[in-house]
Design a protein around this ligand. Structure first.
Ligand code: AMP
Ligand code: GLY
Length: 425
């Protein structure tokens, strides 16, 4: 069977690797892919949001499964178009993707399903939102409703910052149309955790949890990024706790969608704050996390393609997931200027001819090939994932590998998985 993966990041590289290793798969294709992905998949220069282009490509390749990685094509309705054309698709349709595409819609579903989340108010008018601020306590969280590439969330510590955030959304239109509806949300305190679950519209099966590091600098300082590193599993979220989270969060949401005639087939990612009052939802994503996927999938012993096919065809109840005991630590290498800007065309040195390093898995994100040389081509450039029996050892392997890589202005956090490693001492 041929598999087509849509997307071009480290997440897609991790999916492509697993697909290439599946006994069901003869050929992996990717659109558009990147320099690392091209080692395991045939890459096609079609943008992930080009629905007509991807559909035409699928007609050419005739894949047995199409996997849609990023949120933009999911929210644009690629899954529905491909399904109508007769393809099996891993990834929800446009309506279900609204869980990520509209934070207000996600709140509406959570309220109806009785799922715990931060208290909030929803606004479509600048003046009303400004007036509401006088009734809130600080810090408060201001969120653009729509997709804003991880940038539409502002934690305001005082009135002036909150007012500025509302101005950015409504007046400066810093987040485009995504910011014309705004949530003003209670600021939750606690540890964050990502719990992802596979869904076939009915059956919900959790993946092992992961902990993402969102800020650019060590000690959780500096601006938010797409994610600078990750580890999995999460010692403070053991198996029974994951089951409880899925029962109280993922399952009621899937059921509420089903009541509205919306089927969710794919992976539902709950970004959680573990508060003193229990886990509360910060956000839903309707896709695999990046870099969570680069830490989670290397630990998965089951055949990913078999699982995704089961999601696409409503047969997930017959699947059992198997995991490696090893711990996974993923360190992101980002380009100069990230996350405010990113540097392109810097030569990447230190990787072998396959774009890999011994003892770890290197997932390519923003990489390209120029005149035979590997160069940076985006904010997050590479993800280095190491597996080992302990977090301490996995960290050592990941950082030893990371220190072999060089490019101009390379940024990385040095404290990924420091906390669980300290717990082992
Ligand atoms: P989101 O894209 O909604 O996950 O927000 C990005 C990041 O902002 C989250 O990972 C949290 O670190 C932070 N955040 C979002 N909402 C809240 C909240 N209600 N309280 C505290 N932090 C939040
Ligand atoms: N790592 C956060 C995300 O994928 O949205």
């Amino acid at each position: 069977m041929r598999v087509l993966v849509v997307g071009s990041g480290g997440r897609e590289h991790a999916i492509v690797r697993k697909a290439a290793a599946s006994s069901l798969v003869s050929e992996v294709h990717c659109a558009p892919g990147n320099a690392g992905i091209s080692r395991q998949a045939v890459c096609h220069p079609v943008a992930d949001t080009d629905i007509a282009g991807i559909t035409a490509l699928a007609r050419e390749i005739e894949p047995g499964l199409v996997v849609i990685g990023p949120e933009a094509p999911l929210c644009a309705g690629l899954a529905g178009t491909l399904a109508e054309a007769g393809f099996k698709v891993f990834g929800p349709g446009r309506e279900a993707a609204m869980l990520e595409g509209s934070k207000g819609f996600a709140k509406e579903i959570m309220e109806a399903a009785g799922v715990a989340t931060a208290g909030f108010a929803r606004f479509v008018e600048y003046e009303a939102a400004m007036a509401h601020l006088s009734t809130t306590s600080f810090p408060v969280v201001v969120k653009a409703d729509g997709l804003a590439a991880g940038k539409g969330v502002i934690i305001a510590n005082a009135m002036a910052e909150a007012e500025d955030a509302l101005r950015q959304c409504f007046l400066d239109r810093s987040f485009g149309d995504a910011g014309l509806e705004v949530l003003v949300e209670e600021c939750l305190v606690g540890n964050e955790c990502s719990v992802l679950a596979l869904c076939d519209g009915e059956t919900v099966v959790p993946l092992e949890p992961a902990q993402d590091y969102k800020r650019i600098f060590d000690g959780d300082r500096g601006p938010n990024t797409g994610g600078m590193g990750c580890y999995s599993p999460v010692p403070r979220v053991p198996g029974p706790f994951v089951e409880e989270i899925v029962e109280n969060i993922h399952r009621p949401v899937i059921e509420e969608l089903a009541r509205r005639g919306i089927e969710f087939r794919g992976v539902l990612y709950a970004g959680l704050m573990l508060t003193g009052d229990g886990p509360k939802v910060l956000e839903f994503n309707v896709r695999f996390g990046d870099p969570e996927t680069q830490a989670i999938l290397p630990r998965l012993d089951s055949d990913l393609v078999e699982l995704m096919l089961a999601c696409a065809s409503g047969a997930l109840d017959r699947q059992q997931l198997r995991w490696k005991e090893d711990r996974a630590v993923t360190v992101i290498l980002a380009s100069a200027g990230y996350p405010l800007s990113s540097s392109k065309g810097d030569v990447i040195e230190g990787l072998d001819a396959d774009g890999q390093l011994e003892g770890v898995e290197v997932f390519h994100a923003g990489t390209a090939e120029e005149e035979g040389r590997l160069v940076t081509a985006g904010g997050r450039v590479l993800a280095i994932s190491a597996l080992a029996p302990t977090f301490t050892e996995a960290r050592r392997k990941a950082y030893t590998a990371a220190d072999k890589v060089r490019f101009e202005g390379m940024q990385l956090r040095r404290d990924i998985a420091e906390e669980p490693a300290r717990g082992e001492a």
